[in-house]
Design a protein around this ligand. Sequence first.
Ligand SMILES: N[C@@H](CCC(=O)N[C@@H](CS)C(=O)NCC(=O)O)C(=O)O
Length: 81
Amino acid sequence: MKLYDLDVSGNCYKVRLFAALTGIPLDLVPVDFSKDEQHSSLFTDLNPFQEVPVLVDGETVVRDSQAILVYLACSLSDQRW
Ligand SMILES: N[C@@H](CCC(=O)N[C@@H](CS)C(=O)NCC(=O)O)C(=O)O
């Protein structure tokens, strides 16, 4: 799973923390806000809200930290939503 991430973001941090505590490996993809990457067309295609975090798991894209936490929790018990 890929996490589009900003290191100083609390919303990203809670996702990284949950994944670390539960042993879910994440490939971190830094989004460089100093270069305005969150507004680039590449990132906007992924998340029209132009915000991090974004989780990509195959075809599934989750665009909100709370939703990502639920998604990861469900993946632990193999539930699908
Ligand atoms: N509801 C969103 C809010 C995410 C959010 O506010 N992300 C901030 C960073 S913490 C962001 O990407 N802001 C975009 C900007 O400042 O251009 C979530 O919890 O995932």
